[in-house]
Design a binder for this molecule. Sequence first.
Ligand code: NI
Length: 194
Amino acid sequence: MVSPCAQMEKAAKILGTMAIREVLKMGDPHLLAVALPVREFGTPELNALIEDMWDTMRDLDGAGLAAPQIGVGLRVVIFGIEDNARYPEAPPVPLTVLINPELTPLGEDMEEGWEGCLSVPGMRGLVPRYRHLRYTGVDAAGHPIDRTVSDFHARVVQHEVDHLDGILYPRRIRDLTQFGFTDALFPGQAIADD
Ligand code: NI
């Protein structure tokens, strides 16, 4: 017997309103490529890509996702945390679609923090990131975004935009003793495994 929820999900998939895509894992060459800028906004193709990204990120309870992680080599990232069990300590970050981003670190101040990635499931690493950052870009309709952020919000943006340049967080780790499996690093803590 199929639950009503599963039936609705199936119907949504048939209607083309929901698509959870496969997330590529570290080792897949698509994750190492430099993604291309988006040139046209408000198109059905771009909107469908973004919807698939939200569906996929929500399904995996992620804090962010970059288009190359689902095999699409475009400079599109989504991120945001309202109330996420994977990041119980994290302050809220607004749900954001950011296209063709440009990052400008504000100052030299860097901070180490634990990161995970849906493309590196089951692991965490201690990664240095700029604490203060200005980022610009556009949303799905091509409207400008210009924000100055700090700390966790700045970290999430740096992590996601790295994906557009083919960089996964393990390459940013300075001390590889601070990289490992989540359940071994944080035994007994109920942290989701990816
Ligand atoms: Ni990631």
